[in-house]
Design a protein around this ligand. Sequence first.
Ligand code: ADP
Ligand code: MG
Length: 726
Amino acid sequence: MGSAALAEAAKSIRDWSIENGKTSVGPSKAAELFGSLVFNDKEQKARLPKTAYNALRATITRGEPLDISTADAVATALKEWAVEHGATHYTHWFQPLTGITAEKHDSFLAPTNDGSAIAEFRGKELIKGEPDASSFPSGGMRSTFEARGYTAWDPTSPPFLMYTANNVTLVIPTAFVSWTGEALDKKTPLLRSMEAVSKQAVRVLKLFGSSAERVFATCGPEQEYFLIDRNFYFARPDLINAGRTLFGAAPPKGQEMEDQYFGSIPERVLACMTETEAELYKIGVPVKTRHNEVAPSQYEIAPVFENANVAADHQLMIMELLKKIAPKYGLAALLHEKPFAGVNGSGKHNNWSLSDEFGNNLLGPGDTPHDNMQFLVFCAAVIRAVDKWQGLLRVSVAHAGNDHRLGANEAPPAIISIFLGDMLTDIFDQVEKGGGAKSTKQGGVQDLGVSVLPKLPRDAGDRNRTSPFAFTGNKFEFRAVGSTQNIAWPNTILNVAMADSLEYVANELEAKAKGEDLNKAVAKLLVKIIKEHKRIIFNGNNYAPEWEKEATRRKLLNHKNTVDALGEFVKPEAVKLLERFKILNARETHARYEVFLENYNKTINIEGQLAVLMANRYILPAALEYQKQIGQSVAAVKAGGGTTASGKKLLGAYTKLVDKFQAQTSALQTALLHESNGNAEKHARYMRDKVVPAMAKLREVGDEIEVLTPHEIWPLPTYREMLFVK
Ligand code: ADP
Ligand code: MG
């Protein structure tokens, strides 16, 4: 059967090549495609009355509230535009806490008295939808009598058209809240955090003489993923239902040859990427980079950075379209953090920075001394934010899938720390010693022109791939984010942590700047921040065991699994922070905590049940078959008068493994009987301590059986096939 899937895979590659040979589609003009399905600024300008256009821009760029007459005008123009493109339906697209997106489609058509129908869509329908919320997780925030949930249009993320087989749908990005206004999704807190960080950043900018009125968090997320032949995918219940393999022996060739990273992209894969990129282009996602990743059959796709809210919506579309388009090429896209044990997992490097409304990057060391001082202040604020809120940052990447990655050998460890690079570290060292630095390590040097501040290099230069949070020249890269994650959540936490730091900075400087020279006040504050928070800076190898010891000495957090990490979410200081900046109130935080725990419990339960199913219905029958074959062979040899010693030895060893496998299957099955009884936290600890290890033990024996069992009776595609047949 392993060979059946292999034969199908070979056939699908051949068919694809033949098809492709016949229909060579010429390269499309990216510039023409880009945003062609988006109700973007150009369309808004062309189609809206001037006053409505100006009001909408004020909402988008300055966050001003939108009035109903503007909404009506936008709805009319939007509907006309969509219908011209063949749209029959619209959907309020939202991001419930399940981690995927949701949509409810409504028709534009409304019946009229004379029995016909007209296309109708008003401001009311644009700005508010009412999906039945009762089946989405709310962490107990909604009892049945308050089951209503509303979707509210997010005017800062432009609507777009989605083409599917027989339909064109207008997609309206929305926030999802309960009828009492509590957030039930991932977009609402992100939007709130963008407000919070903007407000505090503007205060700090003012001190440096800026006239900026708004600051935006910017984000460029790099998505890692696997593409494998979909015949293999369909032959693996674990990939279909858990997104990762629960069994599978390591192949003779893994990633040790290091011949995959940036290697040439297989043709079928490239064709799939090209179509995905073209579709993303049409809906305005500025995809820029594609390449092979470290593991076999692993790839990366990354857009150019955007406003973090739009980037989060676009990132979700990247994941959706990867999954949707792969099957057209006979492929399956695997977005899980660890689809295959023993080779690299997938992350989502979340490049993050702040930019003012004029497009100035606040974490880019600028060209003038004035900019540089401001840069050091923002950079110090990040250092403080990450140190102070390392627990929440760890929470923002904690889920069952990422447990396979964080702390494993290729991914950043579970300890949050910052890589600054030698040059920037040197600068901050000099700052700490009291300013007046006379030299930098290397590179072009800029004189700040302020005697109390050190000189600043133009380029932070070096890189460190092992750090969970690295400064990469003009932005920070949060690398601990998992490949399946909605980046809205980690960015929410980054923003609120930064809002807290900037508030602190603004408070300190606003008070001091009055009596004292601002430069001196800044220098003093930088020294203070560095002294208090430098423990979070680590430029060395984050995988080294010594780092773990050193981190303990520095009293940094080291939560190795989701269950431990989530505890940080409900600590009083975390709850207070989220409440103070109006990101989540205490009720929303606790509700989310419950949802996260339940997600963990459900994930582990599904994996456990699947492992038992695969053990009983796939692996054990194959093993018993081979056991029988060895037995028959020994009997035949004996009847023929031959020596049976080696046959008996094999039978003995194999039988022992099969017995062990059966015992371990029962042990897992028993462990899975545990019930939560309304205590998700206790249940999660049980799942982590009993079920996860039982699954690992079962797998170990299953994989031992695999390498002894004949290929033709092995019921599952192997790692060698899945990873190397392209
Ligand atoms: P690499 O990290 O591999 O060097 P790049 O430097 O091109 O790659 O950046 C990776 C991602 O970081 C891209 O999505 C890029 O747009 C994004 N990025 C660059 N500048 C910023 C910024 N100021 N804010 C947020 N993301 C940024
Ligand atoms: Mg990068």
